[in-house]
Design a binder for this molecule. Structure first.
Ligand SMILES: CSC[C@H]1O[C@H](OP(=O)(O)O)[C@H](O)[C@@H]1O
Length: 369
């Protein structure tokens, strides 16, 4: 999307034709730094350390990681080593394994001498497919925002709450949860976004607020615990969040705290939507709460905060007493019963197995192979 009028994507192939550029999201919102990935290991570290993050972008980065690997060693052993290196970079977003499976399916059957070129071509397809899918999510989600407009007085603003960052920074472009928001904004609909800061890494405060602000979308950053109060007082017309993995039964895995927002939305009759591209559906998992692996990250993400001092320096400070144990669960799972609908590129679906299978039969078949 736009950064002060200039179009950007979150990841792209450098002009040299082989290295890969990605916005270093650990540096935002204070610095806009573009990192250059030149090896499979670079891609794996970028995913693990959250230089790039967000399920679809993790998948795109892994796809280019496989292409970088094929430049280094296109043998069968090299292909396996690259897959095994990248697939363990983070455990929860299914897009990582989906992208690697797609790359391996394209590369394993062909002559190793052809693999590097084929890998870049397939990775480019995955990148462009993400953008097209997210445009579809935008159009399908827009209908929900337009329905909200009809329920309000003329000229009133539609207030959307979102959690974490499921914006263009979490994908190649457009985002998932933010795609309908950007399209509504472009169509002149008066829209405002309540942005959950999303402790501990503050993807909302640091990334969602940054991208909405630089694209000109009205928004307000709120502490994570504010959403319930806003919903009780009719200040949220709908919630739209992203997801890292949707189980076949419609359970939704997303950033920690999503479940609590869904509970508040259910208690206040606020529509709670989840936006996702079909590669985020895991038809191999039938019970999200039981079977989706929840990443636990370093306690330093909880004990420390990084910010800009009054004189412009970036400083990291400790906010938890030395010696106090911390727990850092990066995701939780919202049961399907709390989800109003799943906004996909093929429409807004009920969060259940039959609806998901009917919309994406090819994904069901692939999971059964
Ligand atoms: C469109 S996927 C966005 C999804 O990914 C985020 O997790 P992380 O920042 O740890 O990669 C969060 O769960 C978002 O909803």
């Amino acid at each position: 999307m736009k950064v002060d009028g200039k179009h950007f994507r979150s990841i792209w192939r450098e002009r040299d034709g082989w290295s890969v550029c990605a916005i270093d999201q650990r540096r935002l919102p204070h610095e806009f730094v573009v990192a250059r990935l030149t090896s499979c290991e670079d891609a794996a570290v970028a995913i693990r350390d959250m230089l790039v993050r967000g399920a679809p972008l993790i998948g795109a980065t892994a796809a280019y990681g496989m292409a970088l690997a094929m430049r280094e060693d296109a043998s069968d052993a090299g292909l396996k080593r690259a897959y095994d290196t990248l697939v363990v970079a983070r455990p929860t977003a299914i897009n990582l394994k989906w992208a690697l499976d797609e790359m391996r399916a394209s590369l394993a059957p062909i002559d190793p001498v052809e693999r590097a070129e084929a890998a870049y071509a397939r990775a480019d397809e995955i990148v462009e497919q993400d953008v097209e899918i997210n445009r579809g999510i935008a159009g399908n989600g827009l209908k929900l925002i337009e329905a909200s407009v009809t329920r309000k007085k003329p000229g009133e603003t539609v207030n959307v709450l979102t959690h974490c960052n499921a914006g263009w920074l979490a994908t190649v472009d457009w985002g998932t949860a933010t795609a309908p928001i950007y399209l509504a904004h472009e169509r002149g609909i008066k829209i405002h976004v309540w942005v959950d800061e999303t402790r501990p890494r503050n993807q909302g405060a640091s990334l969602t607020a940054w991208e909405l602000g630089h694209h000109g979308v009205p928004h307000t950053v709120i502490p994570d615990n504010t959403g319930g109060h806003l919903m009780q007082h009719g200040m949220v017309d709908l919630a739209i969040v992203g997801t890292d993995r949707v189980a076949a039964n419609g359970d939704v895995c997303n950033k920690i705290g999503t479940y609590l927002k869904a509970l508040a939305a259910h208690d206040n009759n606020v529509p709670f939507y989840v936006a996702l591209p079909s590669p985020t559906i895991d038809f191999a998992v039938n019970d999200g709460i039981r079977d989706i692996p929840i990443e636990q990250r370093s306690g330093a993400e909880v004990t420390d905060m990084t910010g800009r001092t009054a004189d412009g320096r970036l400083e990291t400070v400790r906010i938890v007493p030395e010696g106090s144990p911390v727990a850092n669960y990066a995701f939780d799972v919202t049961p399907a019963r709390l989800v109003t609908g799943l906004i996909t590129e093929r429409g807004v679906l009920k969060p259940d197995r039959a609806s998901l299978a009917a919309a994406f039969p090819e994904r069901v078949a692939a999971a059964a192979e």
